[in-house]
Design a protein around this ligand. Structure first.
Ligand SMILES: *Cc1c(COP(=O)(O)O)cnc(C)c1O
Length: 226
């Protein structure tokens, strides 16, 4: 089914949209099947699970960490991760800067914004202290800030989801203008999951993070490390 799901989803991807196949909790065999079907970008939420999968799967996979960043766990993936989506505090930005410098890398990151109505979703807001007039991407030479990431409210109200995605796009555009002139890499808009990636693409998403629509429903009781 994975191969069929992928080809169905790939057929609907807009121009300039990349698919992050979210494989958290799924076995490596499932990732191998998606890989054989041509998928190269995979998203994982749990640091040690990401470390373990990276160790046994093909080298040319681009691993995106889409979970909540925990500074102590950066060591498990900082050496190889292609992009970290969920950077949601200055502390994390500084901790990633230090870890990346130590690893001798420049690591791609996205700033996570709070756009949903739920209280529980992590993220910056535009009036956070970090976005004062002194903010500069040059303060983090081992972090390449490539754009923003967000999650819409988990709701059947598709108009609400659309408004939240528009808000996120607006944040990206405002930040690009304020702080990232001369930084064309600040362009990514990571939004859209299995149930809302169609809306996200209509609103300008460049990275959709799709899990269950590719791999089927997740069974959390099978994993122990989160
Ligand atoms: C799990 C997860 C996804 C994928 O969710 P699906 O509904 O299975 O597509 C996308 N983004 C983040 C941040 C996630 O944690």
């Amino acid at each position: 089914m994975i191969t069929e799901n992928l080809s169905r989803i790939n057929a609907t991807l807009g121009e300039g949209v990349r698919l992050v196949a979210v494989s958290k909790t799924k076995p490596v065999e499932d990732i191998r099947e998606a890989y054989a079907a041509g998928q190269r970008i995979f998203g994982e939420n749990y640091a040690t699970e990401l470390r373990d999968k990276h160790a046994v799967l093909p080298e040319d996979i681009q691993w995106h960490f889409i979970g909540h960043v925990q500074s102590k766990q950066l060591k498990y993936y900082i050496d190889f991760v292609s992009m970290i989506h969920g950077v949601d505090s200055v502390e994390h930005l500084m901790d990633i800067e230090h870890a990346a410098a130590k690893a001798g890398r420049v690591v791609n990151c996205l700033l996570q914004f709070h756009i949903a109505q739920e209280e529980t979703k992590f993220g910056f807001t535009l009036d956070d202290e970090i976005f004062n007039s002194r903010f500069s991407p040059l303060d983090y030479p081992h972090v390449r800030i490539c754009g923003v990431m967000g999650m819409a409210t988990n709701t059947p109200d598709r108009d609400l989801i659309r408004r939240e995605f528009r808000t996120l796009r607006d944040y990206r555009d405002q930040l690009a203008e304020r702080y990232f002139s001369g930084h064309p890499e600040f362009c990514e808009l990571s939004m859209g999951m299995s149930h809302d990636y169609d809306i996200a693409m209509e609103e300008g998403s460049t990275l959709v993070r799709v899990g269950s629509a590719i791999f089927g429903a997740r069974n959390y009781s099978q994993v122990t490390n989160h």
